[in-house]
Design a protein around this ligand. Structure first.
Ligand SMILES: Nc1ncnc2c1ncn2[C@@H]1O[C@H](COP(=O)(O)OP(=O)(O)OP(=O)(O)O)[C@@H](O)[C@H]1O
Length: 264
């Protein structure tokens, strides 16, 4: 089944296009890696698929429906969590929230079946041992895995992840990339992942989209990650090098992390 289809998709802010004329399809179970420099429109595309942003022209379908008709099928993991870390929630409580919000109510006392499911999902991401620790005291990689677990609570068919590896050290990046790989293999969830650094995610990516306000390239990783394609966006110093049978992409891109702004 087709999970995502865009035809001549143009996304606008106040009438001005931020992303123009994009076409692609993603099958159920596939992972799309969305690559592009700052301001390329990655978050804009992700938020439009999630129905957080509605100003677009052309066609965009999520499992054959308009994005806003498919909300219950979608899990969204934002770039910087909206979670207020001053509230002393445990890792388990943060995960459980992903179950109660979806049911349209928030209780001070979390229902036991939700807590049981939260424990199971925390264990799936390899974090059962931190269930009772405060979220704010966890490492960056652990926090990101808790947020993944929170998104899994609603059993999404499509998971949208905005820069899940940003601000993590190299070993935490591998840790999170391994969990994404596990989600793909064991749950078959379709994923769209925005990233500035594609290398830790290449194993999990079935398709790569290179975006720079327009669609520069889309296809299998080896089709998109070619020297001339990468150089056309990142300049003459960018390169793709095969290392031990795998591709390694040097873009010279350092993500300028922007904070705040309502969950952006
Ligand atoms: N809420 C908004 N209102 C108006 N313009 C916006 C808004 N959000 C993003 N833009 C603009 O849309 C364009 C694409 O931004 P977007 O954040 O989607 O890019 P990005 O590829 O995700 O960048 P980054 O990697 O820096 O997060 C930019 O020119 C940005 O300034």
């Amino acid at each position: 089944m087709t999970a995502l289809r865009a035809e001549n998709l143009t996304i606008l802010y106040d009438g001005k296009p931020a992303v123009e004329g994009v076409d692609f399809t993603i099958d159920e179970g596939e992972t799309l890696l969305l690559l592009g420099p700052n301001g390329a429109g990655k978050t804009t595309l992700l938020r439009t698929i999630a129905c957080f942003h509605r100003e677009y022209r052309g066609r965009l379908e999520v499992f054959g429906r308009e994005p806003c008709g498919a909300r219950e099928l979608i899990g969204y993991v934002p770039q910087s969590s909206n979670l207020n870390e001053r509230v002393p929630l445990t890792a388990l409580e943060v995960v459980a929230m992903g179950g109660v919000y979806r049911r349209g109510f928030v209780h001070f006392k979390l229902p036991p079946e939700i807590l049981d499911k939260a424990r199971e999902v925390l264990s799936f991401v390899g974090l059962e041992q931190v269930a009772d620790r405060l979220f704010r005291e966890l490492s960056g990689g652990q926090k990101q895995r808790v947020l993944l677990a929170r998104a899994l609570m609603s059993d999404p068919r499509l998971l949208l992840l905005d820069e899940p590896l940003s601000a993590l050290d190299p070993s935490a990046r591998v840790e999170v990339a391994n969990v994404l790989d596990k989600i793909k293999r064991e749950r078959g969830i379709t994923m769209v992942i925005t990233t500035h650094d594609i290398n830790p995610l290449l194993e999990v990516g079935d398709k790569v989209m290179l975006l720079n306000r327009k669609l520069i390239a889309f296809g299998r990783p080896e089709e998109v990650l070619q020297d001339r394609v990468i150089k056309s966006v990142y300049g003459p110093l960018a390169r793709v090098i095969p290392v031990e049978g795998k591709l390694f992409c040097i873009t010279g891109d350092t993500h300028i992390h922007r904070h705040g702004g309502g969950g952006r």
